[in-house]
Write a protein that binds this ligand. Structure first.
Ligand SMILES: [Zn+2]
Length: 316
C-alpha cells in the first residue's frame, strides 16, 4: 500500500485504542533504527532537545512553534498511527515505517522552511496552509513517490490559467523534476499567489494542522504523558526550554530575534551536517539511493533557507 493510501485510511478511521495498545513510535527501536539509516535528518529532528512530542486529539499530526524560543511541539494522533500500523502488521512494516517517517518529515520541513515566518493578517489562512503543504509534500514525493504531490491542484491551477487567459501573468507549474517550472523552485508564497489570484477552491484534506496559521490544535488529555525519544535528555531539555522561555521574556526584543535566528540556524546546520555524515557512511548499503535523494532534498532546503533568510530578518 502507498503512503498516500495509508494516510487516506487514517483520515477515515475513528478507532480509539486503550492506552496500552497504542503504538508509540519513540519506543519502537526498530523504527528508530530505520530512521537512522533511511531518514537520518528526521531522526535528528525527533531527538532534538528543542522538540517536544505530544498526543493530538483531532487530525493526524500538527506542529506548533514558539516564535520566541524557536522550540517546537510536534503533535501526533497515536490512535490513527496505531490504526495504520495494524493494517501494515507483518507484510508491510516497511510501508508503515516509510509513511510515518514522511509524516514526521512533513512537520520537520515546515520548521526548516520557516513557514511560521509570515505576518499572517493579510493572508487567507486556508489558501496559505494549502500552499505550504503543496511545497513540502512535493519535496517528500521526490523521495517517496507514494506520497501525495497535489497533482489535482496543480492541474487545476494550470487549467485555470488557460481558462482565465492569464498565460502572460503565470507560468504553468510542473511536478516533474528538472522541468523549467518545477514546483520545488517555488516558495510557499509563490504558490499562495497562484491559488489566491486564480481564486482556487480546492477542498483536498490536509495531512496536518499548522498552529501558526489559524489551525486549532488540541492536545489529547487522555493520551499518555508527553513522549520523548531515546537519546533525548528529557529533564535537561524541559529545564532548558523553561530557562529559555524565562530568559527570553525578560530580554530586549531585538536580542531575542537575533537569538532565534541563530538557534534555528544552528539546529538546521547540525541536522544537515549530521545527515550528510550518515549518508556518506551508508553509500555501500542497499538504501544508498534513498539517502542520496535525501541529501538532494536537504540541498534544496538549504537553498530555500538562504532564500527566506533575508525576508525573515526583515519580518523579525
Ligand atoms: Zn502541513
Amino acid at each position: 500500500m502507498t503512503s498516500d493510501e495509508l494516510i487516506n485510511l487514517a483520515f477515515g478511521s475513528q478507532q480509539i485504542y486503550p492506552l496500552f495498545e497504542l503504538y508509540i513510535f519513540q519506543k519502537d527501536k526498530y523504527f528508530l533504527e530505520y530512521l537512522q539509516i533511511n531518514y537520518p535528518s528526521v531522526y535528528d529532528f525527533i531527538t532534538s532537545k528543542q522538540l517536544t512530542i505530544k498526543h493530538l486529539k483531532d487530525g493526524i499530526a500538527a506542529i506548533t512553534i514558539n516564535q520566541t524560543t524557536g522550540n517546537v511541539i510536534l503533535f501526533i494522533n497515536y490512535h490513527k498511527i496505531t490504526y495504520i500500523r495494524n493494517i501494515c502488521l507483518g507484510m508491510e512494516t516497511e510501508s508503515f515505517y516509510e509513511t510515518l517517517a514522511c509524516l514526521i518529515m512533513h512537520e520537520q520541513l515546515h520548521y526548516m522552511l520557516k513557514h511560521f515566518r509570515v505576518p499572517f493578517d493579510g493572508y487567507n489562512h486556508k489558501q496559505l496552509n494549502i500552499a505550504q503543504d503543496m511545497v513540502i509534500d512535493n519535496m517528500i514525493h521526490r523521495i517517496n513517490p507514494g506520497w501525495r504531490n497535489w497533482q489535482t491542484v496543480v492541474d487545476e491551477i494550470n487549467n485555470t490559467i488557460d481558462k482565465l487567459n492569464k498565460n502572460t501573468m503565470f507560468n504553468k507549474i510542473s511536478t516533474e523534476e528538472n522541468s523549467k517550472y518545477d514546483l520545488l523552485n517555488f516558495s510557499d508564497l509563490d504558490i499562495y499567489f497562484y491559488i489566491s489570484e486564480l481564486n482556487l477552491k480546492n477542498e483536498q484534506e490536509r495531512i496536518d494542522k499548522h498552529e501558526w496559521n489559524g489551525d486549532k490544535v488540541t492536545e489529547d488529555s487522555n493520551g499518555a504523558e508527553q513522549e520523548h525519544c531515546q537519546n533525548n535528555d528529557t529533564e535537561n531539555s524541559q529545564e532548558k526550554s523553561k530557562e529559555n522561555d524565562e530568559k527570553q521574556d525578560n530580554s530586549d526584543k531585538k536580542d531575542n530575534n537575533n537569538e532565534i535566528n541563530k538557534s534555528v540556524e544552528d539546529i538546521f546546520d547540525k541536522l544537515a551536517s549530521k545527515a550528510r555524515e550518515r549518508i556518506a557512511q551508508n553509500t555501500n548499503r542497499k538504501i544508498a539511493k534513498l539517502n542520496n535523494n535525501n541529501s538532494d532534498l536537504l540541498d534544496k532546503v538549504i537553498n530555500k533557507l538562504q532564500m527566506v533568510k533575508n525576508i525573515t530578518f526583515l519580518i523579525y
